[in-house]
Design a protein around this ligand. Structure first.
Ligand SMILES: [Zn+2]
Length: 243
């Protein structure tokens, strides 16, 4: 789609040029701009993160977050050529995980990939509601988008009390994406023995909230970005859990 009020093409989406006595039609640049706007619109990024980018990220604590940003930015520029197709941003609340995850998604969208943002808790509620016949198709659609979208951003992974249904659902989403080689960018506040943040035995871990199978798949498909202040963010993937 071209921009209706585009001064370059007058809204046709085409610009004609003359070369060697022949005229040729070229796509106007407004077509690509409009496509990016449409991709961003479909991604459903919440309003307060809609303009999040690496340029607008303020790494207030200095090195720790700057290092995290470099890693995330590298992923967004290299995908799909990186080591792993996904990213897991793990750290305490207030470290800018969502901002950086959205910045990565937007960078990928600017490169032509499509994606969708989902708040984990909200996604689970919508999937659950989708089972009810009385409710509209938008909730079932949410489930389909979470499975099929090219790049899924799952914000605040594990922010829901676990039960059998939650465990099965999050496992099915992550496993489906893993099996179809579709990347996942996730953020979480929850600690894990493998990447840190576990300061005492009482603390609820990521595995407590999403289950062992989902955690295992997640670690296989994601590079972990540690934002707990340690110098080394990369951890090696956990050994897959076999059943
Ligand atoms: Zn134009």
């Amino acid at each position: 789609m071209a921009k209706a009020d585009c001064p370059l093409c007058g809204g046709t989406g085409w610009i004609s040029t003359q070369q060697d006595g022949f005229s040729a039609a070229h796509r106007c640049e407004c077509v690509a701009e409009t496509r990016l706007e449409e991709i961003e619109e479909r991604a459903q990024i919440p309003r307060n993160y809609r303009n999040a980018s690496f340029d607008t990220f303020l790494a207030t604590d200095g090195k720790t977050l700057r290092d995290a940003m470099v890693l995330i930015k590298g992923y967004a520029n290299e995908y799909p050529l990186g080591k792993k197709p996904g990213l897991l941003l793990a750290g305490p609340p207030g470290t800018g995980k969502t901002h950086l995850a959205v910045a990565a998604l937007r960078q990928l969208m600017a490169r032509g990939f499509e994606g969708a943002f989902f708040d984990y808790q909200n996604l689970l509620e919508r999937i659950y509601a989708g089972y009810s016949e009385a409710l509209g198709t938008s909730n079932r659609e949410a489930y389909r988008v979470a499975l099929e979208t090219e790049i899924l951003l799952l914000d605040d992974l594990g922010a829901h009390r676990i039960n059998e249904w939650v465990e099965d659902t999050v496992t099915s989403v992550i496993t489906y994406r893993y099996n179809h080689q579709k990347p996942l960018i996730a953020t979480t506040n929850l600690p894990d023995p493998d990447y840190g943040g576990v300061d005492n035995k009482e603390r609820i871990t990521l595995q407590d909230r999403i289950g062992a199978r989902a955690r295992s798949r997640l670690f296989e498909m994601c590079t972990v970005v540690r934002m707990w202040g340690a110098a080394d963010y990369r951890i090696k993937a956990a050994a897959p859990v076999r059943y």
